[in-house]
Design a protein around this ligand. Structure first.
Ligand SMILES: *[C@@H]1O[C@H](CO)[C@@H](O)[C@H](O)[C@H]1NC(C)=O
Ligand SMILES: *[C@@H]1O[C@H](CO)[C@@H](O)[C@H](O)[C@H]1NC(C)=O
Ligand SMILES: *[C@@H]1O[C@H](CO)[C@@H](O)[C@H](O)[C@H]1NC(C)=O
Ligand SMILES: *[C@@H]1O[C@H](CO)[C@@H](O)[C@H](O)[C@H]1NC(C)=O
Ligand SMILES: *[C@@H]1O[C@H](CO)[C@@H](O)[C@H](O)[C@H]1NC(C)=O
Length: 500
């Protein structure tokens, strides 16, 4: 072989390796921000006062962005409502809004601030991204004029949207997403007419974006992952924690695992409303997370992730969530089942009376099987296995199929399902499965003290959620949280199921 050819081969090989290295992993950052809130008032403030408050919040975000960039982060996510809070009427939020153009206009607000209407917030965010060579993800408010030619135009002549924006490392606006599933109390904003599935490509993977309550619904969240095949989801949120299943770090990490994507969640920090819980989650578990109900501090998290988690050797094989559960019969009789409410849903429970064994509990079409062994059964702690198969109708309507192992609040069975944060009981092992009718199941494991268990559990491709090692801390809950999107529009059952 000629030396020049060898050289060429070597060069091509080196280049390929370099390209692969350049995009194999990236460094992600999220910032949990203790938002400086405006005074609670229904009257609109002046645009100057609105900007002054937003600048105070952006001063804090800027420090976090600089610090993240210094630590080598390629992208940073900041929380929903992170620049002005959430205490608004429709009129009162108006002075905080800017007209955010479609990113197709190819705009760097930092270098061309006067191209469109005045937009000091977009300009400053763009400069923070550009100055620090980092992608910046933020949540701000968009306003769009409309008139009587549009029959749904609000009477005040414009739409107001809860909006995520992304500026690339040169400060260019590369994504704009209008939140589709507004939470009940967001009276200050309009619903967009159609869901938007917003993605953008980078040298470190394909990104999708949505906001807070969107995570419970099919559009656009599931579409971004299942159809548009994003690698990483960006998730600004103002999440109010609800145990046992919907605490931020628990549910967001479970969504990442269930969907097989990276997930960057930035929560606001406001303990009075149970808002805390941010994290950098990979499909096989949390890389880092933050949960703090004790102080009012913000926190920067930084961690490395695979750019293409679906292509990595560790990525989950396709899971058939019902395969194991359908292959076995009932483990135990249903003589001692009882009912109880969890976050307004009527579950069927059976108690774990022995230190180890196999149990089954069923509700409607869902049967949940548990095999377990406790290291020692505490007399003063009661655990149950629970099943729920039905339409949830409080604070949003969504169909759930849930199998759960959880600790009751006290030894009184009527407290099962009430929020519990701590436990003493250690398990040797657990294996939970269910006869799910949906492919969308999110596996949750929460230890005492609202702690996650990265690396200590896994999902087998027959749908069993199992401990990989002996759990290192006492268990609060182990849950398979299933969402059956096709059934969201059904009518609620007239009555809860009957019990023996
Ligand atoms: C960006 O950097 C320039 C030059 O260092 C500085 O003048 C400007 O204030 C910076 N802006 C922001 C938003 O960091
Ligand atoms: C009403 O809005 C439409 C669509 O935005 C625009 O094309 C039209 O010029 C507007 N009409 C008036 C009278 O402003
Ligand atoms: C939280 O609520 C308590 C009691 O209502 C109040 O004293 C405190 O100032 C609030 N904290 C914040 C950060 O708003
Ligand atoms: C999952 O497994 C069950 C039981 O083996 C089988 O009946 C079902 O068709 C499988 N579902 C899918 C989507 O492959
Ligand atoms: C539970 O089931 C497993 C496997 O099916 C079996 O090996 C074990 O003996 C059972 N344990 C009890 C206590 O019944």
């Amino acid at each position: 072989m000629l030396p020049s050819q060898t050289l060429l081969h070597t060069a091509v090989f080196a280049l390929t390796v370099l390209q692969a290295l350049a995009s194999d992993t990236f460094i992600a950052a999220v910032y949990e921000h203790a938002v400086i809130l405006p005074d609670a008032a229904d009257e609109p403030v002046s645009p100057e006062d609105a900007l002054a408050l937003m600048n105070k919040n952006m001063d804090v975000l800027e420090e976090a962005i600089k610090e993240a960039a210094q630590q080598g982060a390629h992208i940073i996510v900041t929380p929903e409502d992170g620049i002005y809070g959430w205490r608004f009427t429709r009129e009162a939020i108006y002075p905080y809004l800017e007209d955010i153009p479609d990113p197709a206009v190819n705009w760097i607000p930092c270098t061309d601030p006067t191209r469109f209407a005045r937009a000091p917030v977009q300009e400053r965010l763009s400069c923070m991204a550009r100055n620090n060579s980092i992608y910046v993800v933020a949540n701000i408010g968009d306003k769009k004029l409309c008139n009587s030619s549009d029959p749904s135009c609000p009477s005040d002549g414009h739409y107001q949207y809860n909006t995520n924006v992304v500026f690339d490392s040169e400060g260019k606006l590369v994504a704009r997403y209008h939140k589709y599933n507004l939470f009940m109390s967001e009276i200050q904003f309009n619903y967009p007419k159609e869901p938007e599935a917003i993605t953008f490509e980078t040298s470190f993977g394909k990104f999708g974006i949505f906001t807070c309550f969107d995570i419970l619904f099919r559009e656009p969240a599931v579409v971004l992952v299942s159809e548009l095949q994003v690698d990483t989801v960006l998730f600004p949120t103002a999440w109010m924690n609800v145990l046992p299943f919907l605490t931020a770090v628990e549910f967001h990490s479970a969504w990442a695992m269930g969907m097989g994507v990276n997930f960057l969640a930035a929560d606001t920090h406001y303990t009075n409303m149970s808002m805390t819980g941010s994290g950098i989650y990979a499909p096989d578990g949390a890389r880092t997370y933050y949960y703090n109900m004790k102080t009012e501090d913000g926190r920067l998290l930084v961690a490395e992730l695979d750019s293409h988690p679906r292509r990595s050797p560790a990525s989950l094989p396709a899971v058939n969530w019902s395969s194991y559960a359908l292959s076995v019969g009932r483990f135990s009789p249903n003589d001692h089942d009882f009912g109880g409410l969890i976050f307004h849903d009527w579950f069927t429970f059976t108690e774990l009376t022995k230190p180890g064994g196999n149990l089954t509990v069923c509700q409607k079409d869902l049967c949940c099987h548990l095999s377990y062994k406790m290291a020692g059964k505490q007399e003063d702690e009661v655990y149950v296995l629970g099943a729920f198969d039905g339409l949830h109708v409080v604070e949003g309507q969504y169909y759930l199929q849930i199998c759960t192992l959880l600790k009751c609040k006290s030894t009184d069975p009527s407290t099962c399902g009430k929020p519990v944060e701590t436990a003493q009981t250690k398990f040797e092992r657990f294996s939970l499965s269910g006869t799910f009718g949906t492919n969308y199941v999110f596996p949750e494991v929460l230890y005492s003290g609202v702690q996650l268990a990265p690396g200590e559990f896994e999902v087998l491709n027959d749908g069993r959620l199992i401990s990989k090692t002996r759990p290192t801390k006492p268990v609060v809950t182990v849950t398979l949280f299933g969402r059956w999107y096709e059934k969201d529009h059904l009518k609620q059952d007239p009555q809860p199921p009957a019990f023996p």
